[in-house]
Design a protein around this ligand. Structure first.
Ligand SMILES: [Zn+2]
Length: 224
């Protein structure tokens, strides 16, 4: 009985970037994923089409942020998200961080002021440490002209919201992490579902943070 080898971080990043592109999370060269494993941090270069990267295009950094390996392709630069990914590695001991420019994440930042909130939605249970009846809260920070300038406000938001595994960026997208790439991917799928649900509920005249309000009343319907 052979034990199945888990894919290398390089192979995983290439595969997951294609998958996330298909979800609309990393289109237009934005967004990405970084994996931390065995003291090394793997990430895609800045400003490249994420669905077309190859394993040789990745940067490898140590846990202090120093570059250990550069891509074999010339003309690439390290990801502009690097300080943001390191926030989750250092402050939350994350094993992987996903940055998404998904439409539903961006729209969710326009529905709430300081933090995204929802309750009593089944997918909340997919976020570690949360149950169905909990109020799920994701802090929202204001966007900056340059991505690297988000680092300080993101770190403050992470420290102020120890239960959250994500930070939303207004009119921009979201950073989501997990203890490893599997949990980060699960969290990303659940958070995106909840952002989408909140946007659609708003369109229907309901509010994701108010489960007490009967939904049929909220949309002007009748209850038997
Ligand atoms: Zn971004």
């Amino acid at each position: 009985m052979g034990q199945e080898l888990s894919p290398s971080p390089r192979a995983l990043i290439v595969e997951l970037c294609r998958h996330f592109y298909a979800q609309g999370w990393v289109s237009g060269t934005g967004g990405g994923i970084s994996i931390r494993q065995d003291g090394r941090v793997y990430m895609a270069p800045s400003g490249v089409q994420k669905e077309r990267i190859a394993e040789a295009d990745l940067y490898v950094l140590d846990e202090a942020g120093a570059v250990l390996e550069t891509p074999s392709t010339a003309g690439l630069a390290p990801s502009a998200c690097s300080p943001l990914f390191f926030n989750a590695f250092r402050l939350r001991d994350a094993g992987a961080v996903i940055h998404s420019h998904a439409m539903e994440a961006m729209l969710a930042t326009l529905l709430f002021r300081d933090s995204f909130e929802c309750t009593q939605l089944e997918m909340i249970k997919g976020i570690a440490g949360h149950g169905y009846h909990d109020r799920l809260i994701v802090p929202i920070i204001e966007n900056t002209a340059h991505e690297c300038d988000l680092a300080d406000s993101m770190a403050e938001a992470i420290k102020a919201h120890p239960r959250s595994h994500a930070v939303l960026v207004r009119r921009h997208g979201v950073y989501i992490w997990g203890k490893d790439w599997v949990q980060a991917k699960t969290h990303a799928e659940c958070y995106h579902y909840l952002f989408d649900a909140a946007v659609r509920m708003h369109q229907l005249g309901m509010h994701a943070a108010e489960a007490d309000k009967p939904s049929l009343e909220a949309v002007g319907g009748t209850r038997r």
